[in-house]
Design a protein around this ligand. Structure first.
Ligand code: ADP
Ligand code: MG
Ligand code: ZN
Length: 478
């Protein structure tokens, strides 16, 4: 039997506000346990939540960037359950009336673009964290994360493969990072994903029974967990069995999912409107204000880079993955760097150079090299002053020393010899000292080209323009 995979993702993204959603506590990562807490986020009785306006603004940004409609009125709801990391006994979330609905996102896999529907976006508070100490029969509760703002972004069941699911999560991450509403640090848990997956016989309209896989915190794990789960469900179906609707937990170590709870044990959260919070009203003036402040998004930037700079789609994808890198590229071109040469350097040699000082491309723009310096190097290359080897050398030195490229060139005496007359006289001397090779070359032994170029390089300490030397050899011996 041939099956089609159906996937829908629920992505939780932590919003990068300075303070929590309903109190003034800091959201800083890495504070000592329970340092960032107060009576509100500790769930003390009688404490009232006060909504952080920035959270709403960030949710509106995310909603606009994914083409959602924004509800003029949305409602805060209590999602009731007991767990030690949730001192209030309920999580404040949105349920029947979320802030945004009906959006979509374009996702590209192997050059093929598909549009994935976004069902809804709602805001909620995060819970705390349990810390287990294997050597003691106790667990600790850290409530620093309790009350940290999140948006949950729920997709339609439009995704058809694990690769597409990973690409969707990546595209979503890139948008949220571009919007500066989420820092996108998956390692720190800033983006977490639950994946719903089912199989149906090809051609069947109706969806199959789904399972929900929890605990996916990297693009790779989303794809791996889904691949495992698809294989598992297919085996069940092929044996004539039925997939059980349940929540399963992904274990990255073993590469397997295991049953966490079935449908019967599913929570009844007894959602109801939170009496401590007024319905949230967002008027069109607010939406317009946020809209006018939206940055260019990754997809639009990529197409513009292809159009405006004549770059291959691949280059545009690499450069636009980080907003700061894209900006660096554009500033370098603005300062006179040829676009493709700048793109090549930024994609390959610059990351290598930065690795040498324990940095990567993400750190660009913090003083290692300016776009103007990169342009200066490439202009010297364009003028024939620097060979491609020298370009690398000057680039590395600029990153390490942060000296001006022109100063490095002067100090090292780097200067490509592109003077025709000078190279001709050097070649004449080379030919005179190697008459045998000249004869063989003239008789058709083309391989000797390398020998002559090598001789010229030796006499110029590697600074001859190799392209010009090649041309001159052909001309003089042709
Ligand atoms: P719940 O609230 O129980 O998680 P939802 O109806 O909100 O359920 O759906 C959650 C996610 O599951 C959504 O992303 C949706 O697209 C996806 N989904 C729903 N039905 C299926 C299905 N049969 N197969 C795969 N994914 C599904
Ligand atoms: Mg769910
Ligand atoms: Zn607090």
């Amino acid at each position: 039997m041939q099956y089609e995979t159906v996937i829908g993702l629920e992505v939780h993204a932590q919003l990068r506000t300075e303070s929590k959603i309903f109190c003034g506590c800091s959201t800083r990562f890495g504070a000592s346990p329970n340092q960032n807490t107060c009576p509100v986020c500790l769930g003390m009785p009688g404490q009232l939540p006060v909504l952080n306006e920035k959270v709403v603004e960030y949710a509106i940004r995310a909603a606009l960037a994914t083409g959602c409609s924004i509800a003029p009125v949305s409602v805060w709801a209590r999602k009731n359950y007991f767990y030690p990391d949730l001192p209030k006994g309920y999580q404040i979330s949105q349920y029947e009336l979320p802030i945004a609905e009906h959006g979509s996102l374009n996702v590209e896999v192997d050059g093929k673009t598909s549009t994935i529907g976004i069902t809804r976006i709602h805001m909620e508070e995060d819970a705390g964290k349990l810390v287990h100490d294997a050597s003691l029969p106790v667990s600790y509760v850290d409530l620093n994360r309790a009350g940290v703002p999140l948006v949950e972004i729920v997709s339609e069941p439009d995704i058809r493969s694990p690769e597409e699911a990973a690409a969707y999560m990546k595209a979503l991450r890139d948008i949220l990072v571009y919007l500066e509403v989420c820092d996108g640090n998956l390692e720190e848990g800033s983006l977490r994903c639950d994946a719903n997956v089912s199989l149906r016989p090809v051609g069947q309209e109706e969806f199959g029974t789904r399972t929900e896989v929890k605990n996916l915190n990297s693009f790779r794990n989303v794809a791996r967990a889904l691949e495992y789960e698809i294989r598992r469900q297919r085996a069940v179906l092929d044996e004539g069995g039925e997939v059980v609707q349940e929540t399963r937990l992904w274990d990255a170590g073993s590469g397997k999912t295991s049953s966490m709870r079935g449908k019967e044990e599913a929570h009844d959260y007894r959602y109801f409107p939170d009496p401590d919070l007024l319905p949230l009203k967002v008027d069109s003036a607010w939406i317009e204000r946020v809209k006018s402040g939206l940055p260019e998004l990754p997809e639009a930037k990529r197409s513009r880079f292809v159009e405006q700079y004549g770059l291959p789609a691949y280059d545009a994808g690499v450069l636009c993955a980080e907003k700061a890198v894209a900006q660096f590229f554009e500033d370098a071109v603005e300062a006179g760097a040829p676009a493709k040469a700048a793109s090549n350097l930024i994609m390959t040699d610059l990351p290598n150079a930065l690795r040498g000082i324990n940095k990567d491309l993400k750190d660009i723009g913090h003083g290692q090299i300016t776009p103007e310096q990169l342009a200066e190097i490439l202009k010297m290359a364009e003028a024939g002053t620097l060979s491609s080897k020298m370009v690398k050398e000057v680039l590395y030195e600029t990153v390490i020393s942060n000296k001006a490229p022109s100063q490095i060139v002067a100090e090292r005496g780097l200067k490509q010899v592109s003077d025709t007359a000078e190279l001709e006289s050097i070649l004449a001397a080379v030919f005179e000292s190697s008459p045998k090779e000249v004869e063989q070359f003239k008789a058709g032994k083309q391989k000797l080209m390398g020998f002559f170029v090598g001789q010229v390089m030796k006499r110029t300490k590697g600074q001859a323009n190799p392209k010009l030397v090649n041309e001159l050899i052909r001309k003089m011996l042709g």
